[in-house]
Design a protein around this ligand. Structure first.
Ligand SMILES: [Zn+2]
Length: 417
């Protein structure tokens, strides 16, 4: 059983194909660097950033194209239906065949993705001095992550097929609801419950850091219960910070690399930026949009299946899982410019509010310069790549935005929402 290749499927595949080719083109031929970049970055920094980013982009688009091509071949070439029948013959029972089909597909996709993950996540990171991991500890992380993914995905697939069996006309609503709950868990609970599996967190001891966080949190009107330091240096030299917590309990997590490698006024700029995200409700706005998108996508999947692959009311074949996966892979890829556009707007707002919180625009600019140089960012990415895949504005745009916010006379904090 395979879906009919109607105009919606064809449209999705063509759109993903066109975006992939454009992405590849601008990765290979990124064009000239904006002349303003020379104001803040040396020629060496600019070219190193380009070289590092170019390989990461090839890995990203190569990984996506390989997995998507495999799934398209499986679903529309009839091989998925054959695999589905094989799983049914092998196990005899219905639920066993769903599980065997899922496991086989999961393994194939993992194998296809592995070279990209290994090269981009380990070799290329070591080549530029970002990774502090050994091969053994990278594999330990990879297997831990894969095991977690396998257990959660298997549970999700069984749940999906169970709902389709129970609610053949409204399963898409249940799917969207579960997906929404999953989004909430990932955003709010994951950092508190799962991150400790990978890193150690200890309360910050430096009184200057604690004081700085307290002062900012007062000014922002956000109570912070805990200031934690994470041992990020176990894996990476990159610096970051984030807010985590549910409802009234909020904690701020600082990478130990941030405290070690950045001067205090730049650490303050990072903390202020993260606080601004919370203060302006970006976390909840992002979640709401994600939930809205989830209902739209599941609804579209339901309509599309009704038109191209009538699902039997009882016991839909296991291949339905491959069709669902392909659909979500194509839709989320095609929708990433929208998602990133919204994200960039929030990042710009967070940068502006952060400057108002600290009153120190020059430090925020130095932070951007420092972050871009240390992280080997492409400071002047091609317009298409920026539009398609940048969740943050590139460094030059952020600097310009910060300077504008710092120069605005009589600025006050925008309303909390
Ligand atoms: Zn941000």
């Amino acid at each position: 059983m395979q879906p009919k290749l109607n105009t919606v499927w064809l449209g999705l595949i063509i759109l993903a194909g066109v975006f992939s080719l454009a992405y590849l083109w601008f990765t290979l031929f990124p064009g000239r660097v904006a002349p303003e970049a020379g104001q803040y970055f040396s020629a060496g920094e600019i070219s190193r950033g380009r070289e590092y980013s170019q390989a990461m982009r090839l890995i990203f688009i190569g990984g996506f194209a390989a997995e998507a091509a495999f799934l398209i071949w499986l679903v529309f070439g009839g091989k998925g239906a054959a695999l589905s029948r094989w799983a049914q013959q092998l196990t005899g029972g219905y639920w066993g065949s769903v599980l065997v089909f899922f496991l086989t597909l999961w393994l194939f996709l993992r194998l296809i993705n592995l070279p990209f993950a290994l090269y981009g996540g380990f070799f290329w990171q070591r080549r530029w001095g970002f990774s502090t991991q050994t091969m053994g500890s990278w594999w330990a992380d990879y297997l831990k992550g894969a095991g977690l993914d396998l257990a959660l995905s298997a549970a999700g697939v069984l749940l999906l097929f169970w709902i389709i069996n129970r609610r053949p006309h409204t399963w898409w609503l249940a799917g969207a609801a579960f997906f929404s709950i999953w989004l909430v868990i990932q955003t709010l609970i994951w950092p508190v419950l799962v991150s400790p599996l990978f890193n150690r967190f200890v309360p910050a001891r430096d009184p200057a850091v604690i004081n700085m966080v307290r002062k900012l949190s007062q000014k922002a009107g956000l109570p912070v219960d805990q200031v934690l330091v994470m041992d990020a240096s176990r894996r990476t030299t990159r610096a970051n910070a984030y807010f985590a917590g549910l409802g009234p309990t909020r904690r701020i997590v600082l990478y130990d690399t941030l405290l070690a490698d950045y001067p205090p006024d730049q650490v303050e700029a990072v903390v202020a930026h993260e606080m601004a995200h919370w203060r302006q409700g970006h976390i909840y706005k992002g979640l709401s949009l994600g939930i809205l998108g989830s209902f739209a996508a599941w609804g579209l999947l339901f309509l599309l299946l009704g038109n191209t692959m009538p699902v039997p009311l009882r016991h839909p074949p296991p291949v339905l899982w491959a069709v669902t996966l392909l659909f979500f892979m194509l839709v989320s890829f095609a929708a990433s410019p929208v998602e990133n556009y919204v994200s960039r707007i929030m990042e710009e707002e967070a940068d502006r509010v952060a400057v108002t919180l600290t009153g120190n625009a020059p430090a925020a600019v130095r932070l951007q310069v420092n972050l871009a140089a240390k992280n080997l960012a492409d400071v002047s990415p091609p317009a298409f790549i920026r539009w398609f895949s940048y969740s943050h504005p590139p460094a030059l745009a952020r600097i310009e935005n910060i300077l504008k916010a710092g120069a605005a006379p009589g600025r006050t904090l925008p309303l909390k929402n």
